[in-house]
Design a protein around this ligand. Structure first.
Ligand SMILES: Cc1cc2nc3c(=O)[nH]c(=O)nc-3n(C[C@H](O)[C@H](O)[C@H](O)COP(=O)(O)OP(=O)(O)OC[C@H]3O[C@@H](n4cnc5c(N)ncnc54)[C@H](O)[C@@H]3O)c2cc1C
Length: 383
């Protein structure tokens, strides 16, 4: 039996859940797929930037997220193994909240708007058909077919589902790939500050989240940890061993069982791609270096840009080509600057000795440092 919907969204992370909700709010019969069972832990710094909070407010979701009692964050502290930390006041209030809770809240919002949410369902192929697209999924070993008029890829940064038998993950070039790891901890007192530690082969962020816990997320160069123990906590210990202040910071910390996850490869240098046979949202479209802490706001913004165009296409007001052109232009216009500055910052902070000079310069010219940080952010006035 083939199921029929107006539109399918592949991936129920931040971008996909919000996109599906928005389409259902426009009155479209929407199905949302994700291969994982929810709630689930996910590799992420779990820092919702001030820009993310603005987007959540615009999308009518801020109150729902506030109900999770996120931790309020006002500052960030960049810490090298030697010298004083560099303190940066954020351009507004940020929140720390786990992806375990956040993604579940967004799913509930999508469900309440009438979205059919299909978890533990992997999209295995997307093929063009006379009425739009034929999608095949696998759920607990069973194959299902869906006929839809439009399809949207919000499947994160690890590869798109095969389109018309092409291996879509191959179209996105990459250089040195990274590995992301995360774990929640108890027993670390942080206040409203996010701490970022830099060391040979990567960096690690500590962010306070709900329930007095702290989220640890690290991005590690795979080749620089060849002898590290293969467990997630083993890799975290190996990272801590490279930064005395970080080891000290975590000396009283207790990992929360069941919260450890890893992701690989994280392809930081992947070319941005707003459209590949279908619109791509969030990390499927572009990868902002995680140290900018703004990937979730980009995911939210891309969904907010795409949803009205998708709705116009489904109504018959614009063609698929017009949708592609308008969406691609919008992504280029809004994300080009933050992506360029974000990659520059990532490159500069991971070169030996350069961060120390940058920190010294930032202390003497704090306005310049502020300007640099702002250049990596989305421009709220534009939306
Ligand atoms: C180490 C690290 C730290 C980070 N820290 C922060 C931070 O502090 N703040 C911030 O804003 N951003 C941060 N980010 C970035 C942020 O996590 C991402 O930008 C954000 O999750 C992107 O959301 P998304 O919806 O595009 O993708 P995701 O949240 O990755 O969701 C994609 C979903 O698609 C599903 N999927 C994939 N393929 C299929 C398929 N074939 N069929 C069905 N389902 C599929 C996956 O299971 C997944 O649930 C960090 C990233 C990393 C790696």
């Amino acid at each position: 039996m083939t199921h029929s919907y107006d539109v399918a969204v592949i991936g129920a992370g931040i971008a996909g859940s919000v996109m599906a909700k928005s389409l259902a709010d426009h009155g479209w019969n929407t199905v949302l797929f994700d291969r994982k069972a929810f709630p689930r832990h996910k590799v992420c710094g779990e820092f919702l930037s001030p820009e993310s909070l603005t987007m959540l407010k615009k999308l009518g979701l801020r109150e729902a997220v506030a109900s999770l009692k996120p931790c309020t964050i006002l500052r960030t502290s960049l810490i090298l193994s030697r010298g004083k930390p560099l303190q940066i006041t954020l351009p507004g209030t940020a929140w720390g909240v786990s992806r375990f809770q956040l993604d579940a809240v967004l799913h509930h919002a999508a469900l309440r708007s009438g979205v059919q949410v299909q978890t533990e369902t992997t999209v295995t192929s997307v093929k063009p058909s006379e009425q739009g697209y034929l999608i095949e999924t696998k759920q607990h070993g069973d194959v299902h077919a869906y006929q839809v008029r439009a399809v949207i890829a919000a499947c994160g940064g690890t590869g798109l589902p095969p389109f018309h038998n092409q291996h879509t993950s191959d179209v996105r070039s990459t250089q040195a790939a990274h590995l992301g790891v995360k774990s929640h901890y108890e027993g670390v007192d942080m206040g409203g500050v996010v701490e970022l530690y830099f060391f040979e082969g990567g960096y690690l962020g500590l962010s306070p989240i709900e329930d007095g816990r702290v989220n640890l997320a690290a991005l590690l160069e795979r080749g620089k940890f060849p002898h590290a123990e293969k467990s997630i906590l083993g890799l975290i210990e190996a990272a801590c061993a490279r930064h005395g202040k970080l080891s000290e910071r975590l000396s009283t910390a207790q990992p929360v069982p069941g919260t450890q996850v890893a992701v690989a490869p994280v392809k930081l240098t992947r070319k941005p791609m707003a459209w590949y046979e279908m619109p791509c949202l969030g990390d499927a479209a572009m990868m902002l270096p995680p140290l900018c802490g703004d990937g979730m706001s980009m995911a939210l913004r891309s969904a907010a840009l795409c949803a009205p165009l998708a709705s116009r296409y489904l109504k018959g007001d614009i063609t698929l080509v017009e949708w592609e052109q308008a969406y691609t232009q919008a992504i280029h216009r809004e994300f080009k600057g933050p992506l360029m500055w974000g990659h520059l910052l990532q490159g500069m902070l991971t070169v030996p000795y350069l961060p120390r000079m940058m920190f010294a310069a930032a202390r003497y010219t704090p306005r310049l440092a502020d300007k640099f940080v702002r250049a990596t952010r989305l421009n709220e006035a534009e939306f």
